[in-house]
Design a protein around this ligand. Sequence first.
Ligand code: ZN
Length: 94
Amino acid sequence: MTRSIIKAAEWTLGPETGEGAPQGIYSAVCLTCGAKAQPTDDERLPVEVWALEHTGLNPGHRQFKAVAETFWRVTPAEGNPYREIDAPSAQAAV
Ligand SMILES: [Zn+2]
């Protein structure tokens, strides 16, 4: 987790943990022909298997660009006025 003070308020950067948010989306592209693996949420293994199968079918295609996307959320740290504004009890009172 990374913390930073922006305009006198402290913010914290961390992974997005909201409902439905994947920890990561994995995919790969063959650098020889441009074929793309079907992207998968949270699981790298199906993309790795795809690359192995792709090379098995095309023995000259051995280089891939592997892509792992992750998602972040910035939240107000202790003492940041937005922390109270974002609190569920404050939203219920609005
Ligand atoms: Zn290929």
